[in-house]
Design a protein around this ligand. Structure first.
Ligand code: HEC
Length: 112
């Protein structure tokens, strides 16, 4: 029965193709889970203003800017100073060292 060999031979390249094209997109549930774990949801939401600006506002602010990803990557990895209720605080980092996971969150924010 050669049919199984044929299925196996075509299924593998299809899977590889699907996996590599997905990596260029945003994994929204992974981004949301990491932001929840990192405490971001306390101060940010997609559309509503909390202590920090909504992600939609940040996406608009950086729209069309070539350095958008680099700026947000820096914002989420270097504890920059921000004002919260008129007091200076160090902005939280994402709780991971995995660069791909950080980039996924950055792209998630920029595509809201
Ligand atoms: C204690 C509240 C607080 C927490 C927790 C917090 N943020 Fe913020 N965030 C702020 C405030 C306030 C600003 C506005 C800073 C400014 O405009 O100077 C901000 C700004 C931002 C911006 C916009 C940066 C820019 O360059 O415009 C992004 C994106 C962001 N935060 C994402 C996150 C993520 C992701 C997390 C979780 C790791 C997080 N924040 C955790 C309060 C918070």
């Amino acid at each position: 029965m050669n049919v199984f060999k044929t299925i196996a031979a075509t299924a593998v390249p299809l899977f590889v193709f699907a996996a590599s094209s997905a990596s260029a997109q945003v994994d929204a549930s992974a981004a949301e889970a990491l932001m929840k774990k990192s405490g971001c949801t306390k101060c940010h939401a997609v559309a509503a203003k909390k202590e920090g600006p909504p992600y939609k506002e940040t996406a608009t602010k950086y729209k069309g800017k070539a350095n958008a990803e680099a700026e947000l990557f820096k914002h989420l990895t270097t504890n920059p100073k921000v004002k919260v209720d008129d007091k200076e605080e160090l902005h939280d980092n994402l709780k991971t060292k995995n660069e791909a996971d950080i980039r996924n969150v950055v792209r998630y924010i920029l595509t809201r």
